[in-house]
Write a protein that binds this ligand. Sequence first.
Ligand code: BGC
Length: 725
Amino acid sequence: MVGCSVRNQEASRQANVQDLLASMTLEEKIGQMTQIDFSVIAGQGDKLIDQAKLLDAILTHHVGSILNTPNNKAQSVEDWRKIIHTINTVSEKSRLKIPVLYGIDAIHGASYTKNATLFPQAINMAATFNPELSVKEGEITAQEIRVSGLQWNFSPVMDIGRQPLWPRLWETYGEDVHLASVLGSAYIKGYQGDDISAPNKGLTCLKHYVGYSVPNNGKDRTPAWISERMLREYFLPSFEAGIKAGSPTVMVNSGEVDGIPGHANYHYLTTILRGELGFKGFAVSDWEDIKRLYVRDKLASSPKEAVKIAVMAGVDMSMVPFDYSFYDLLIELVKKGEVPMARIDEAVSRILTVKDQAGLFKASSLLLSAELSFATQESTDTNLQAARESIVLAKNDQHMLPLKKDAKVLVTGPTANLLSVLNGGWTLSWQGDNDSLQPKDKLTVYGALQKKSTSKVTYVGGTHFNDKIDIRKAVEAAKDQDVIVLCLGEKPYTETMGNIPSLNIDQSQVELANALFATGKPVVLVTLGGRPRIITEQADKASAVLLGFLPGMEGGVAIADIIYGDYNPNGKLPISYPRNTNDIVLYDHKPIENFDTNSYNPLYPFGHGLSYSQFETSGLKTDKQQYKMGEAINLSVKVANTGSIKGKETVLVYINDMAATVTRPNRQLKAFKKVELSPKQIENLSFTLVPDDLSFIGVDLERVVEPGDFKIMVGSETVQFTVTE
Ligand code: BGC
């Protein structure tokens, strides 16, 4: 019956959409496909919106969507409400009263709203290996942007982070397909719930479909060369998972794959996305990317041809974003018969359907109370928990950590005393590097250590990332201390602004580290930043290493909790941390990469992460030794806390197809579970692998399972089984 009522609802929605479509002019339809940046309607001085420009956008150009935050700065909830109310008031006056869909990059919480709960970035959420936290992040983010009347979030990034130099690595859930699929789907579930029109839910957007994340040279928006097999094996599955989880929009890859720009790729955008993955929502372009088919890629011979190519490839909405050129050119193209009306109707139906699913057509949408739903204590607590679980203790020689609270500590380094370096890009501004926008009541690493310490915490450093640290002063200050907490890493950046020529850390940081190691005092190395910058020498000399990545607004407190033992660390690396700049081998490498003189020799492997407790897995077994093709594989393994304090451990289940017609990775993650165990507690975990977990993209580019022998690996144990025809 439930299925039946859902079908009826869908049928009546489609009927309404078709009725509406039938009453629309060509201009109204193409307006729906047009998305403009807020700056197009922005007012001057104190005026957020210029009313004449807004009327022009909605009443004359019929725009379907607006994006971004005014002046590249976070707004207060009150100002957002005014903005959305003003826009809605105008759209209600339009001939057909079609509401405008507002889109925003709320990628780690409501990042363009002042005082919002700002979570760890995706790379950290991946390190938690905790889908429940991802669900909660989705729930809280949806709630906090709905408080403002916003709804559509350009998140989650479903690109797989397999190129560590790429400046958007931290926006991904790391290098593994399974982990990204699970965490991204969990986020969508939390954000959208069962009904995206509910007052505390909204729309997600899968980015950046597809193949954006492995630029050959590591620079953002440069060519990727991905074979069809690799695409299907590594890059499509997470998008497929996101579509299954119900995300109704995708944003298109801003780069190019195999010589075809994302926005011109009919094969990806139509044949695969619609034909194979069954995606029913709409595809929005990325920033200015239709124009770039002409101005950058030289794929089109004119801006008009660029519009034609993109729309015919399958882009439904253009993030133009600064003018009405797309609108004008597409009208011309349709009038000349160069783009068929059927294609316009298809795109507009998709957009209107999503707007209806989101409840935008409903008469009144009551806003959530900010007091009850915005930056609540509960959300902050969840955020702190996410931050704690996202930090990786990579090294802890001779139980250096936790420190005693009365230890005398010197804190130094460019990332020691800034909130921006904990949060990274898309934080209160696009680049996230404006420290003056950061809240005054949140703690940096230094601030949090100082608060917890019962002794003296000394800080030597600047007030901005680029301030030169006085090395002599730091060395002098170190003399009186028991321990040095050295905070290295990166300043915040977003997209191409984060391009770098090498993963090496800055020379000034190397010099500071060398001088401090020379004092002979024990050093706890803390790193913050979006990518694995090379720290091999420093990590070698340090007594303990904490990899913080971008743990968000509660990251300082979380790091201090771990350093002083108020929290037992349990984050695990969602990437392979390279030992050297050009030694980029990922955990699921092929046998040939670990053969002869080749090896997988990262500084820290995927899945690495220590605890103040010890855990052991044992007794790995499958329910059978032989399975018929198509049968599920049940396995179990015991995990024990053999340490002396309570802690959390993630058990990772890997598989290997021992001989196949296409070379198989040495291992691939297929399942994981995180458990909390008291000292001496043992838990028996069961997992079920489905036939798809044994599959790969075969010689004929179809997904296949080949009969034969397989290995399952958990901890130091391996079991083998056979699959027969
Ligand atoms: C980025 C997207 C983002 C969009 C809107 C683009 O430059 O690539 O990830 O969602 O801008 O801000």
